[in-house]
Design a protein around this ligand. Structure first.
Ligand SMILES: Nc1ncnc2c1ncn2[C@@H]1O[C@H](COP(=O)(O)OP(=O)(O)O)[C@@H](O)[C@H]1O
Ligand SMILES: [Mg+2]
Length: 286
């Protein structure tokens, strides 16, 4: 769906969210990036991103298509390592530790920092095995797999809907349920952070609302970073919002993604300090 279409569809009905007290800057940053730059071969996709992601907060990354939101997100759990041309420079600290340091194991990074994608991608296995897979392959010490599957599905607000069909194939679930199963799968290995790249763009408004409610619950236990092109969604669910755009070099014509403004979500949407942010959120461009 285009940004224009998202806007035309209007806001999704949403229960009033309790206003959260969001401090000026994150009390405890989980990630800190300093002059983060990301290239794909010769193409400089993202330039000089410096920001913090707070613990038990939901941070939204918004901005027009191609501004580097997914590229930045993938860099936070070293998914860009899997793209041969991708190169990351600058600093990314995770709980103060250099994420791209020589001793860091990318597999362990991806266990601690889970990811959910735009299109629900359950394994072609039973609902039960979708949840049990991660704990099994990572060799997690588990007393009772049945209990772990149940607890995980409960935390993902899916248990009541699937408890009688755990052995059925996950493909039999609705799109929204499949996406909640993917969120459940992401938290089954007990991660610290969940990254979500446009997790609702393939879902209808009701399924979207359920995921947003789930995110609000999960924030109690996890740090969540979400890319969304649905601005109402960013405004509804997130504590802080980072607005990215495509910056064009006037001399060379080169285009690169960059961070324009990062602040509390209420500030970004009600009182942004950069005209480009204002233009984007009021629908004048992007
Ligand atoms: N695997 C890739 N190889 C080469 N270029 C890429 C790759 N992925 C993304 N890009 C380019 O990097 C820029 C940022 O892309 P992306 O992070 O996907 O933006 P967004 O998620 O904001 O739409 C775009 O110009 C895109 O074409
Ligand atoms: Mg993207």
């Amino acid at each position: 769906m285009t940004d224009q279409a998202t806007r035309a569809a209007g806001p999704v009905p949403s229960p009033q969210r309790a206003v959260r007290d969001v401090p000026d800057v994150p009390k405890e940053p989980v990630f800190t990036t300093q002059d983060l730059n990301i290239h794909y071969g010769d193409f400089h996709a993202v330039t000089d991103v410096s920001m913090e992601f707070g613990k038990n907060e939901i941070t939204a990354l918004i901005g027009p298509s191609g501004c580097g939101k997914s590229t930045v997100l993938r860099c936070l759990n070293r998914m860009n390592d899997l793209i041969p041309t991708a190169r990351v420079s600058g600093e990314v600290r995770y709980h103060g530790i250099e994420l791209y340091g020589p001793k860091i194991d990318p597999i362990e990074v991806r266990r601690r920092i889970g990811m959910v994608f735009q299109k629900a991608n359950p394994f072609p296995k039973s609902i039960y095995d979708n949840i049990a897979y991660g704990p099994r392959v990572t060799g997690m010490k588990v007393d009772s797999m049945d209990d772990l599957v149940e607890q995980t599905l409960r935390r993902a607000a899916l248990w009541d809907e699937v408890k009688d069909k755990l052995k059925q194939n996950a493909y039999g679930l609705s799109g929204g349920q499949q996406q909640r199963l993917c969120i459940a799968r992401a938290i089954a290995t007990n991660p610290d952070v969940v990254l979500m790249d446009e997790p609702c763009s393939a879902l209808d408004p009701i399924a979207t609302l359920r995921i947003e409610e789930l995110m609000a619950e999960l924030r109690e236990s996890y740090t969540i970073i979400i890319v969304t092109h649905n601005m109402q969604q960013a405004a509804r669910v997130s504590d802080r919002t980072a607005f990215f755009t495509v910056k064009v070099n006037e001399t060379t014509g080169d285009r690169t993604g960059g961070l324009v403004e990062f602040d509390r979500t209420t500030t970004i949407f009600e009182n942004p300090s950069d005209q480009r942010t204002e233009g984007y959120i009021s629908g004048r461009f992007g």
